[in-house]
Design a protein around this ligand. Structure first.
Ligand SMILES: *Cc1c(COP(=O)(O)O)cnc(C)c1O
Length: 377
């Protein structure tokens, strides 16, 4: 099955009982048992729910994995994956992971004895050096936010295998439509489905796919025990969103290419970060491991004042956190998502006060370019 077909015919489709072409929303908590312990696949909706199961089967198919799991948010998904580890274990992570991932590792899971080291995972020697006797996994995000740094998934997976570590990839930015980390050696892939997978700024959710029966059993045990599941209504919304992921990603990509071209030619834009640019340091790797470059672009216009002026003038770019939706969004990472990082560290990374991040939506590219042109002038 080709990717766009899989989005519509993958997983479990429709309802065999009525012929309904959409999976029903099973708004139910418990299920009748014929006799004690004798039931038809479902006993209690924390353990399993048919609507959630349809979504879990779909994401499993989309990521070429063994089993899928749906959680109440991307952070619930990440936290549940970390619950596979024990007190005293250590994880090596990408240094510019999503802020919430950094926070849960350094302010919550550290209290339970799960330790982490953050390194530039685009540098394989840095990954090697961070591995300790108690390291159990490498967790990467690629491309990253907001500088779109690209880590070579195959290379890091190989290193992880050498040391008998689990390889975990946050695939939120590229989505399974453009990138399948399991095909490049990952053991676990996860998503904030709040972003492109849902795609319409109307649902908060997280998805995980594992590549083996043993990981599936362990993660289902955590999911059922800790209970951070996704409800049936939101599961259904995600299934609906996913059906159009292919056409949306293609359009995001086309719009983004035009905007990147416009920004590259603009005299006020000092620096532009996009993996699709041949000048981007991760361009070669991105071409090898992904089928597209995504709809996220960051660019530096030199100062906080200029950034503020731009934000106050744009009409179609909404000032907001989040990304990956039909509407274009704009943000200033240094003062929003990345404000908790000390200024010295931010400057070192390139997250300056003049750095603007956009999530290119599905409006007409001409309108978006016109909007940026007016706001920059
Ligand atoms: C948003 C995001 C998360 C967290 O997901 P939520 O659904 O907001 O909990 C994790 N990773 C990345 C890359 C994200 O963009």
């Amino acid at each position: 099955m080709k990717p766009k077909t899989k989005l519509i015919h993958g997983g479990i489709t429709g309802d065999p009982q009525t012929g309904a072409v959409s999976v029903p929303i099973y708004q139910v908590s418990t299920y009748k048992q014929e006799a004690v312990g004798k039931f038809n696949g479902y006993e209690y909706s924390r353990t399993g729910n048919p609507t959630r199961h349809a979504l879990e089967e779909l994401i499993k198919d989309l990521e070429n994995g063994y089993a899928g799991f749906a959680f109440g948010s991307g952070m619930a998904a990440i936290t549940s994956v970390m619950m596979l580890f024990n007190s005293g274990d250590h994880v090596v992570m990408t240094d510019d992971v999503y802020g919430g991932t950094y926070r849960v590792m350094t302010k919550v899971l550290n209290r339970l004895g799960i330790d982490s080291t953050f390194v530039d995972t685009t540098d394989i020697d840095a990954v090697e050096q961070a591995i300790k006797p108690n390291t159990k996994a490498v967790f990467i995000e690629t491309p990253t936010n907001p500088l779109l740094k690209v880590t070579d998934i195959s290379k890091v997976s190989k290193k992880a295998k050498e040391h008998d570590l689990l390889m975990i990839v946050d695939n939120t930015f590229n989505t399974p439509y453009w990138q399948n980390p399991i095909d490049h050696g990952a053991d676990i892939v996860l998503h904030s489905a709040t972003k492109y997978l849902g795609g319409h700024s109307d649902v908060v959710a997280g998805l995980v796919v594992v590549n083996s029966k043993s990981l599936a059993e362990e993660l289902h045990f955590v999911q059922n025990s800790a209970g951070g599941i996704l409800g049936p209504q939101d599961s259904w919304l995600l299934i609906r969103g996913l059906k159009t992921l292919g056409v949306r990603m293609e359009e995001h990509e086309k719009n983004t290419a035009k905007i990147v071209q416009f920004l590259s030619d603009h005299p006020d834009v000092e620096k532009i970060y996009y993996p699709g640019l041949s000048t981007h340091p991760g361009n070669n790797i991105a071409v090898n491991q992904s089928r597209g470059f995504g709809g996220m672009v960051s660019f530096d216009i030199g100062s906080a004042e200029k950034a503020d002026e731009l934000l106050s003038k744009v009409k179609y770019f909404t000032l907001a956190e989040s990304l990956g939706a039909v509407e274009s969004l704009i943000s200033v990472p240094a003062r929003m998502t990345h404000a908790s990082i000390p200024k010295d560290r931010r400057d070192e990374l390139g997250i300056t006060e003049g750095l603007v991040r956009i999530s290119v939506g599905l409006e007409d590219a001409e309108d978006l370019i016109e909007d940026l042109k007016n706001a920059l002038s």
